[in-house]
Design a binder for this molecule. Sequence first.
Ligand SMILES: *[C@@H]1O[C@H](CO)[C@@H](O)[C@H](O)[C@H]1NC(C)=O
Length: 280
Amino acid sequence: MASSSLLGVLLVVSLVVAALAAGNLNQNFDITWGDGRAKILNNGQLLTLSLDKASGSGFQSKNEYLFGKIDMQIKLVAGNSAGTVTAYYLSSQGPTHDEIDFEFLGNVSGQPYTLHTNVFSQGKGGREQQFRLWFDPTSDFHTYSILWNPQRIVFSVDGTPLREFRNMESMGVAFPKNQPMRIYSSLWNADDWATQGGRIKTDWSKAPFTASYRNFNADACVASNGRSSCNSASSWMNQELDATSQRRMQQMQKNYMIYNYCTDTPRFPQGFPKECTVSQ
Ligand SMILES: *[C@@H]1O[C@H](CO)[C@@H](O)[C@H](O)[C@H]1NC(C)=O
């Protein structure tokens, strides 16, 4: 009796420890720049980045990942965030790097943020799709997720898929699948292009600008020394969008997509990139 209840307590304790480790930002990330402007607070439960006229700030994951399902909750710069960019992305290193990007372009008070997405494979990007959000991303935390497996990359917001980049190697389009990536995030000034094409500048009287992060969760393969901890039995490894999710994504794109490189005719006078022939 006594020993079985002790066992029960130990089990609960170890489950709690596992849960804390999963979300603990201290254990998963290093602050990389910003000279004190980035902070990990509340025993690793909260991370804040800030930007002022002198500098922005940023962090990166301790681990490199090769495939995974990665969630982060982010609360973006509130008020007049024009000129600021909060970037949250996965990237490998080197000239032929792979990259999966979320970027949040600020705006003047009351005007909507732009959610910018891109995918680089073997150093080639230029695959921008942009969205409006259907909520105020500054008033609360929302979950931004990347599903990355050998067949597809899916960008989701609060569990709703917005974009899918499929593996189209069979059509000669490189797909990110050999280079481990780290997670990076930064808050920086990009008022030469970010807001309304660069016409609106950062209002430094409103600085410091702050973005917050919490509830990081990576169900992912950690890569180290060329080896991956991958468990190919993980459910997300073969995950695809079922018919309902496909319809949902199409509906979201219809309602909220504001830019798609695959429909930007003037940009591609010689014809669209190959992957655009499959609906992107
Ligand atoms: C900012 O607001 C304007 C006006 O609503 C809009 O045209 C623009 O796309 C918004 N976002 C950015 C990043 O400029």
